[in-house]
Design a protein around this ligand. Structure first.
Ligand code: FAD
Length: 260
């Protein structure tokens, strides 16, 4: 029977399961693949966790988890970090008066593919990165550290993302234009427009889930005001897109899993 299957996800929502599954997989599986972290990889990992602490809008136990991992990493001043020590530091702590827990199961709701080899983690990683650029834009002066999230994400993708071909494509896009981003809102739009470039490149290809065709996002039925026409040619209304992204990737639009 199909009773354990979640209800069909609502694509206008962001789901806790996707966010937490992504963080678990990224921190405990993907970043912990090599026997020892050192040099640029170690610096990237520390920077990534520090950025998550600042901007990931997690449940209290997840925020405590990230804070305690960040504190532990800051105290690790040796040049090499063995995976065994890192894995120990990344265990959950349920006993403390403030539990530090990042669930260890991987389950996809909004990112669930029609087959297990579709969607999942790469979808979750995009979702987390969009969420972080939006939270950063909502929390500090626009012109202050505009590249804080994008740089951490760029380093993460370069040093850890398991899909090497993806990492190379992304690095090429970043090298071309990321450094020109001058504000936090511009960073939100940079990630959005480059994700759409990736969507266009991959549309119709063999990694595309046939049930989730790659679109220029958000499509008109999700955000009619994001689309306009200039002399008969489609154009984006970027201020409207920014408003849409801020609402879509806001804590108020993050839903518990399997919501009715
Ligand atoms: P995804 O593209 O993963 O999008 C996830 C969700 O984000 C969507 O469901 C939608 O809700 C939302 N979304 C979609 N577009 C946007 C947008 N423009 N702005 C904001 N939100 C949006 N795969 C390859 O085969 N080759 C590659 O070179 C490649 N490069 C990648 C680079 C990176 C950095 C990442 C994270 C992934 C890459 N992938 C690549 C994987 C690919 O982009 C998809 O993640 C994967 O195919 C799953 O697609 P999806 O349909 O779940 O939607």
């Amino acid at each position: 029977t199909n009773t354990s299957q979640p209800k069909r996800a609502d694509r206008s929502k962001v789901y806790v399961a996707d966010l937490e599954s992504t963080l678990h997989y990224s921190l405990r599986v993907e970043a912990a693949r090599t026997a020892v972290l050192s040099g640029d990889q170690l610096a990237t990992f520390k920077c990534y966790v520090a950025m998550l602490v600042k901007y990931f809008p997690g449940r209290p136990c997840v925020q405590t988890y990230l804070q305690s991992l960040d504190g532990w990493l800051r105290n690790w001043t040796e040049p090499e970090l063995p995976r065994s020590a890192l894995k120990e530091a990344m265990k959950n702590n349920r006993d403390a008066s403030h539990p530090a827990v990042l669930p260890t199961n991987v389950s996809w709701v909004g990112c669930r593919g029609s087959e297990p080899h579709f969607r999942g983690y790469p979808c979750g990683l995009w979702t987390v990165f969009h969420l972080l650029t939006v939270q950063a834009a909502q929390s500090g002066p626009d012109k202050e550290l505009p590249l804080e999230v994008l740089s951490a994400m760029r380093c993460y993708v370069r040093h850890f993302f398991g899909c090497q071909e993806c990492a190379q494509h992304f690095e090429a896009m970043a090298a071309e234009s990321m450094d020109r981003v001058a504000g936090r809102e511009e960073a939100v739009l940079w990630l959005w427009s480059h994700h759409n470039e990736v969507n266009a490149r991959l549309a119709g290809g063999d990694t595309e889930d046939p049930k989730f065709p790659k679109l220029q996002w958000p499509p008109p039925d999700m955000c009619p005001q994001c689309h306009k026409e200039e002399r008969g040619v489609h154009a984006w209304d970027e201020p409207a897109v920014l408003t849409f992204l801020k609402a879509h990737f806001s804590p108020a639009n993050i839903y518990p899993d399997y919501a009715e």
